[in-house]
Design a protein around this ligand. Structure first.
Ligand SMILES: Cc1cc2nc3c(=O)[nH]c(=O)nc-3n(C[C@H](O)[C@H](O)[C@H](O)COP(=O)(O)O)c2cc1C
Length: 172
């Protein structure tokens, strides 16, 4: 299956990107095709794109990967109680039929536990708009879910479980 990870981090190193890198490693280890895009790669072209047709090639490539995935994993750092604004802009450029029926795993990283459900609700609203099949679970990772080595064992287990569920959901 083709696994595409989109993350809304604007910095590196990034906890959100660390989750994305872990997903890519796990997916490839299972024989999947896996690719990851973050906003650091797409800056400054994403913000400069008003319409998909005149977007830079790198933005079109990211949109094309989203539109051709079997499983989409979307994560963001929490900024001001939501996912990052530029991440929304990427999905604003996406054709409204592109995610119909596709399996989406949402997640976020943040510092304030009460903000997890807020980001979950806004991400669910976005992917419900696209008529995607959104995982029942939402991963909200706090600072204590990371250490110098990267993701904690607990966070890795949550991600592994989500990937297994997604694989079963999209397998013929
Ligand atoms: C501009 C800005 C706004 C933030 N707003 C929130 C917030 O509203 N709620 C929260 O829990 N964390 C907030 N944070 C903290 C980040 O979500 C948190 O540190 C996150 O894990 C950073 O992810 P990254 O390492 O991928 O950039 C904010 C951080 C920044 C830089």
């Amino acid at each position: 299956m083709k696994v595409v990870v989109i993350t809304g981090n604007l910095n590196r190193p990034s906890k959100t990107r660390a989750v994305a890198d872990y997903v890519v490693d796990r997916a490839r280890a299972s024989g999947d095709e896996a690719i990851s895009w973050d906003l650091v790669q797409l800056h400054p072209h994403l913000g400069a794109a008003i319409w998909p047709a005149n977007a830079a090639e790198i933005v079109k490539a990211a949109l094309d990967d989203v539109a051709t995935c079997d499983v989409l994993i979307v994560g963001s750092p929490v900024y001001k109680a939501s996912y990052t604004g530029l991440l929304k802009h990427l999905f604003d450029l996406l054709d409204m039929r592109a995610l119909k029926g596709r399996y989406v795993i949402p997640f976020a990283t943040g510092k304030s536990p009460p903000h997890g459900p807020l980001v979950e609700a806004s991400m669910r609203a976005l992917f419900d708009f696209f008529d995607a099949q959104v995982s029942d679970n939402f991963i909200f990772a706090l600072d204590e879910d990371f250490d110098e080595a990267g993701l904690s064992a607990n966070l890795r287990a949550l991600v592994d479980k989500e990937l297994d569920t997604a694989r079963r959901a999209v397998s013929p």
